[in-house]
Design a protein around this ligand. Structure first.
Ligand SMILES: Cc1cc2nc3c(=O)[nH]c(=O)nc-3n(C[C@H](O)[C@H](O)[C@H](O)COP(=O)(O)OP(=O)(O)OC[C@H]3O[C@@H](n4cnc5c(N)ncnc54)[C@H](O)[C@@H]3O)c2cc1C
Length: 440
């Protein structure tokens, strides 16, 4: 597999809190020659949702993961099941794709959250849910003015009434940090991603799909009317293939994918449980999931067991030196926003890869010139809901049906290549530098 970060970015995290709550169930390795109607490569939310929808339609599905299903971003994210998936603002979406497409996109964002909610209910998955929608907190007075100004547009886009929280009310809402007010959009909830993932695995297996771990697809060949996937100890021959590898994709699986996706690191710390007294000292007692108004945003939430999760963008490199620098930076940012928690021990810290696309919108559709090959990827750090939803909608497309839910046409437009080939992550350096200046 040809991947663009240092090896450390592809190692199993040593200290990820979710693994302490729901370790990934070990699946057997694919050995010998297997046949299936559809193969899914990648066992995160996208792959499992595609497999689930296909298996529900009585399709014979086999899913393989290079490590174990849930090993990638799906097993190590912040658990914000929320709107999002594109990096384009609402204005740019309309300018680029038209008002109608923008409107369908906003419906798809909402449908994605509803989709996960329905899965949790239908499959009785207890994923430690909390938070009524998502709150954005202003990091400057100007950001607060901008939020107020955009509230009407948010209301129109999603058909809900956002709740504006003036600075003076933050403490009484249990949201006291260095913020200038906030806005809550009442769509979405927080969850334990490992428990959601484990529930999906159970659901997929209960209807007959086969899962394999430690089975990286090393090559993918189209032979006549079928595909042959080779893994270290076996082969899988199928009519159709779903590629669900997102930020952990390889440049050569297939060659078409080279430079069409850009993995980006994101990093999370989790504290020991913070006692009610310690929470009151900081003035942060709410279980609301929040993020701040920076371009390089921080995302954070107090979890039901009192632990606090705090995340932000990761480094451009995955060397040990870069990890030390990042570790210092995330602690510094955490204490800047929550200074009363300087004595609270940080027990877990890990990173993972999300995925950007050049057009700043996800891709979900057939891979051009590769009959029977499909892919969904590129949720711009918001794939808990959108990855789940597009995995299921991609299954509709694989079945030859119209997507069963809002699905803007731009999603099936094949992604363009980034410049700089395998060095393309260096494009992030000037973008991060400019954002850092802007965020002050
Ligand atoms: C630290 C962090 C925090 C995040 N927080 C949030 C959040 O709070 N809310 C939100 O909405 N999104 C968040 N995201 C993004 C979200 O986690 C991802 O968008 C989503 O999980 C992507 O799911 P996926 O199934 O497409 O990919 P992944 O979960 O990354 O799964 C890809 C899988 O493909 C496998 N694979 C790769 N190559 C091969 C191969 N050749 N053969 C077989 N298998 C292969 C990998 O082993 C991996 O398991 C976060 C991401 C990170 C990294």
């Amino acid at each position: 597999m040809k991947r663009i970060y240092e090896d450390a970015a592809y190692r199993t995290p040593e200290s990820c809190w979710w693994r302490d709550t729901a370790a990934p169930v070990q699946q057997p390795q694919l050995e010998g020659d297997h046949r299936s109607e559809v193969a899914v490569i990648g066992g995160g939310f996208t792959g499992l949702n595609a497999a689930l929808a296909l298996a529900k339609a009585n399709v014979d599905v086999t899913l393989i993961d290079a490590e174990q299903p849930g090993w990638g971003a799906s097993g190590r994210n912040g658990g914000f099941c929320c709107l999002g998936g594109s990096k384009l603002s609402s204005t740019l979406l309309a300018r680029r794709f038209g008002q109608d497409e923008r409107s369908v996109w906003h419906k798809a964002e909402h449908a994605a959250v509803d989709h996960v909610n329905a899965l949790l209910m239908d499959h009785a998955i207890d994923a430690d849910r909390h938070s009524a929608g998502e709150t954005q907190l202003a990091h400057t007075a100007k950001a607060m003015r901008d939020m107020r100004a955009s509230a009407a547009e948010t209301a129109a886009s999603y058909g809900v009434t956002p709740d504006i929280i003036p600075k003076e009310e933050l403490r009484q809402r249990g949201l006291s940090g260095r913020f200038f007010g906030g806005i809550t959009v009442p769509i979405g909830f927080a969850l334990n991603p490992a428990k959601y993932h484990a529930g999906l695995v159970r659901a997929v297996q209960s209807i007959g799909a086969r899962l394999f771990g430690q089975s990286p697809a090393l090559s993918l060949h189209h032979l006549g009317d079928h595909w042959r996937i080779t893994t270290p100890k076996g082969t899988l021959t199928t009519k159709k293939v779903v590629l669900a590898t997102n930020g952990y994709s390889s440049e050569d699986l297939p060659d078409w994918l080279r430079a069409r996706y850009l993995p980006v690191q994101s990093t999370i710390i989790v504290t020991r449980p913070i006692t009610p007294d310690e929470q009151a000292r900081q003035g942060w007692t709410s279980l609301q999931m929040c993020y701040d108004s920076r371009i390089l945003l921080h995302y954070f939430r107090l979890m039901p067991d009192g632990r606090f999760l705090f995340g932000m963008r990761g480094g451009l490199r995955a060397t040990s030196g870069a990890e030390v620098t990042l570790s210092r930076k995330i602690r510094k940012d955490f204490l800047t926003l929550f200074p009363e928690w300087r004595d609270i021990e940080i027990t877990h810290e890990w990173s993972g890869l999300a995925c950007l696309m050049r057009r700043l919108t996800p891709f979900a559709g057939p891979v051009p010139d590769h009959p029977g090959l499909y892919a969904a990827m590129g949720y711009h750090g918001n794939g808990v809901a959108m990855g789940s939803y597009l995995g299921a909608r991609l299954a509709d497309i694989v079945l030859g049906r119209q997507p069963d839910g809002p699905f803007p046409d731009f999603l099936i437009t094949p992604p363009n290549r980034f410049p700089l080939g395998s060095s393309r992550r260096m494009l992030l350096a000037p973008a991060y530098a400019a954002a850092t200046v802007f965020d002050r």
